[in-house]
Write a protein that binds this ligand. Structure first.
Ligand code: NIG
Ligand code: FE
Length: 420
């Protein structure tokens, strides 16, 4: 037995691992995936305290750590980050899915009072407990893919009481499970029926009544809006961004999903953390995003489910050096998707991203899209010890196998996560 008072060994040491640190791009001069071929990584409390080559370890593993895991040459990556979800909602939209396959478009359904507004009705009718129970299997499914951080938006309440209810459920999920939840206030997601033809009044309410309370109650880490013909104009989005700025909250934006309104350029002017969707993004706005450090979040689940044919400009983003992240956009309308690994597969097959780009898209760049790159997203000393051991040696298997790579172990904030 060791005396814990005098035991200065690390808590946990993972040895004989292929460590995809994701700390640098292959194209930035680092090795591909920031790979350490014969690696070891140590944790103390909730932090990574050592990472490097096995040959540089300062002693015998058993003498260095209380617990040693031999990875037998298998792959270790950062915990995965799903940086764009609408995970907490009521009801489902399978009937609209059927309507779409019978010829109606996503926009037609939305304009006829379906779409987002139909989920709003179901979300308003649900109690906090019901929303929690409904969201839980979706969260657990994401966690089964090695997700250790998830962003959750409001946007299906569209009234203070119900937006706050959604965000409280999101916070509670983060408190109850071994996963970090970042919340985003998306009051400007759609126009609620009681504000029909009064969209400016609704934006006033979002800015002057909802946001101050949501912020005062600590319910939002960020503010988002849906800038689109069926959402809000660039001018209205700007008012939301101004209000966010007043409360020192960072912003992000649903932009250029169905048309090019220039929302991404506006997002860049407000130093947004990210602009998301981006199928219709133009080259001026790509340059603006590069200059402001705004991450491009692409959402292949929505592209696939809406049978979109216009691809986001991946090559132009790549050429410009804009960081690209990938997320599920988990929501009941455009992307009923709960597998982040599936997004890696689709990022490669649909968007022509490389396996390394897709993994960066759910680690380093997803952390940037949430403003938490100093905390997570790469395996480096000082960061939170969120990591995944995979039943794989080659990181390309994460995107090559279609949503089918089991995680062998997940460490969240230094603690092994029990199977869900
Ligand atoms: O990210 N684009 C707007 N919002 C969601 C869709 C929401 C819905 O259809 O319920 C999205 O795709
Ligand atoms: Fe979305």
């Amino acid at each position: 037995m060791t005396d814990s008072a005098t035991d200065n060994r690390w808590n946990h040491l993972w040895i004989n691992a292929r460590i995809a640190t994701m700390s640098l791009n292959g194209s930035q001069g680092g090795s591909a995936y920031g790979m350490i071929e014969h690696g070891a990584i140590a944790t103390q409390g909730d932090r990574i305290v050592w990472a490097g080559n096995m040959s540089d370890l300062p002693g015998e593993p058993a003498a260095l750590a209380e617990e040693v895991t031999d990875c037998n040459g298998q792959l270790v990556t950062p915990g995965l980050i799903d940086c764009h979800t609408h995970l907490v909602y009521g009801g489902d939209r399978s009937a609209e899915f059927e309507m779409r396959l019978n010829g109606a478009s996503y926009e037609e359904i939305a304009r006829a009072g379906g779409g987002i507004v139909s989920t709003v009705k179901a979300t308003r009718a649900a109690s906090e407990d019901e929303l929690y129970e409904h969201a839980l299997p979706r969260l657990k499914r994401l966690m089964a893919d090695g997700v250790t951080t998830v962003e959750i938006k409001s946007g299906y309440g569209l009234a203070l009481e119900h937006e706050a209810k959604q965000l409280r459920v999101a916070r509670k999920l983060g408190n109850d499970f071994s996963v970090s939840v970042k919340t985003t206030f998306l009051g400007a997601h759609a126009l609620p029926p009681e504000y029909q033809d009064r969209s400016d009044d609704y934006i006033d309410m979002v800015c002057n009544e909802m946001l101050p309370v949501i912020h005062a109650e600590g319910l939002a880490d960020c503010v988002d809006a849906f800038c689109e013909g069926i959402g809000f104009s660039v001018a209205q989005t700007e008012r939301v961004f101004e209000a966010a700025k007043k409360h020192s909250l960072p912003v992000k934006l649903h932009a250029e999903q169905l048309s090019d309104l220039g929302g991404s350029g506006l997002a860049a002017r407000y130093n947004a953390l990210s602009a998301d969707h981006l199928e219709y993004l133009n080259s001026d706005d790509i340059a603006a995003m590069k200059a402001s450090g705004t991450v491009a979040v692409v959402l292949p689940g929505a592209f696939y489910c809406l049978r979109e044919t216009k691809l986001p400009p991946i090559q132009a983003l790549r050429d410009a050096g804009v960081p690209i992240a990938l997320a599920t956009d988990c929501n009941p309308g455009s992307s009923p998707v709960v597998s982040l690994l599936l997004m890696l597969s689709m990022g490669c097959t649909l968007f022509h991203m490389t396996p390394e780009e897709t993994l960066a898209g759910v680690t380093r760049n997803a952390a940037k899209a949430l403003g938490i790159i100093d905390e997570v997203g790469t395996l480096e000393v000082g960061k939170r010890a969120d990591l995944v051991l995979w039943r794989a040696k080659n990181p390309a298997q994460l995107s090559y196998l279609v949503a089918d790579l089991p995680c062998q172990k997940v460490l969240f904030a230094g603690q092994p996560r029990a199977a869900q």
